[in-house]
Design a protein around this ligand. Structure first.
Ligand code: NAD
Ligand code: TYD
Length: 357
């Protein structure tokens, strides 16, 4: 048996593939375009593992998808492939529409065609699991209840709008064609192999290289953080036991303001890699212009997946963030490798030249 994973060279996808093959014998076909955020170095430990079959390709390429599905005959498809960074979606939304909406459509159509040719028992057992985000629900006021599955979709950024559109396509392919789908909407992830354009890895790598730690606006925006391996375990649980056609919100009840996150990272670095002059990394915190349309608060109500499927995160924020900071300290070669020309172009565009020198 085999599964097909898309976007399995990115942050969450590579953690998922690594954990899957560490625990299970079932092989993984990994289809990834290797955009700036896809990185085969994340999967270096699998280089000689015949259970990992890597295919470089685009989820929008229906000929390739037909070929891969026909050749490998997966029992499930897990769709991680996406453009994932809100700031990039603000400065260049088109690729988000192409990959997250049109790409998801192409994938759904290719999978539907493959699935409809399966024998009835295999059709029933088949799953298409779509990995999505809590950002589709929009923003919460300070005292509002966390996002539950029945909340209305109110996406505010080009990224979240494109993910919302893909969620709707997945839903429609179930209702219209009977494709056995599952959708997961998770809160912000952090952990190993996180590309340093997102808040947590950006703060770690900037702190270590003596650069400013750019906090948008007043830094009091709230995100709900989940260690990436807990997200991967939740996806596996939904794949195994989720009810077809249902959506599951995934989160660990860990709401934190951005400034709290940045200060926590600085304190951990002060402990684990103290500066020679004994000053704190917190001195590098710099408030910068806010993100346009910045959502103020995200928070997940995870009761459905907890009660129905018995999933619980293994890490608290305190244990997860310590592991993450330590991982970045231990993997300086990986960090150097991802800070290549295209990374420098992005950082210079978004934050100014002083961030790359
Ligand atoms: P990422 O940017 O690190 O990885 C995305 C991967 O998809 C990369 O390997 C990239 O090469 C690949 N990809 C991009 N366009 C492609 C295309 N057209 N065809 C094939 N592959 C393509 O993103 P991530 O943080 O790992 O997120 C994975 C998924 O999880 C996304 O769907 C995202 O919306 C969702 N999600 C992310 C978070 C988070 O906090 N990072 C939270 C909830 C949901
Ligand atoms: P990010 O990691 O980009 O995830 P998302 O926008 O999908 O939640 O950002 C997390 C929070 O951190 C968000 O409120 C924006 C803020 N942020 C900063 O303050 N500075 C930064 O340099 C970045 C990248 C994000």
């Amino acid at each position: 048996m085999t599964i097909l994973v898309t976007g399995g060279a990115g942050f969450i996808g590579s953690n998922f593939v690594l954990d899957w093959l560490a625990d299970l014998q079932e092989s993984v076909v990994n289809l990834d375009k290797l955009t700036y955020s896809g990185n085969l170095k994340n999967l270096a430990n699998l280089r000689c593992d015949p259970r990992h079959i890597f295919v470089r390709g685009d989820v929008g390429d229906r000929n390739l998808l037909a070929h891969v599905l026909d050749q490998h005959r997966p029992r499930a498809v897990i769709n991680f492939a996406a453009e994932s960074h809100v700031d990039r979606s603000i400065s260049g939304p088109e690729v988000f529409i192409n990959t997250n909406i049109v790409g998801s459509f192409c994938l759904l159509e290719s999978v539907r065609s493959y699935w409809s040719g399966l024998p009835p028992a295999d059709q029933t057992a088949f799953r298409f699991l779509h990995v999505s985000t809590d950002e589709v629900y929009g923003t919460l006021s300070k005292d509002a209840q966390p996002f539950a599955e029945h909340f209305r979709y109110e996406p505010n950024s080009p990224y979240s709008a494109s993910k919302a559109a893909s969620d709707h396509l997945v839903r429609a392919w179930h209702h219209t064609y009977g494709l056995p789908v599952l959708t997961t909407n998770c809160s912000n992830n952090y952990g190993p192999y996180h590309f340093p354009e997102k808040l947590i890895p950006l703060m770690i790598v900037n702190a270590l290289s003596g650069k400013p730690l750019p906090v948008y606006g007043d830094g009091l925006q709230v995100r709900d953080w989940l260690y990436v391996k807990d997200h991967c375990a939740a996806i596996r649980r939904v794949l195994d036991a989720g009810r077809v056609g249902e959506t599951y919100n995934i989160g660990g009840w860990n709401e934190k303001t951005n400034i709290e996150i940045v200060k926590t990272i600085c304190a951990l670095l002060d402990e684990l890699r103290p500066k020679i002059d004994a000053t704190s990394y917190a001195a590098q915190i710099t408030y910068v212009t806010d993100r346009p349309g910045h959502d103020r608060r995200y928070a997940i109500n995870a009761r459905k997946i907890e009660q129905e499927l018995g999933w619980r995160p293994a890490e608290t924020f305190e244990t997860g963030i310590r592991k993450t900071v330590q991982w970045y300290l231990d993997n300086s070669e990986w960090v150097e490798h991802v800070q290549n020309g295209s990374y420098r172009d992005w950082v210079s565009f978004q934050y100014g030249q002083e961030m790359v020198t």
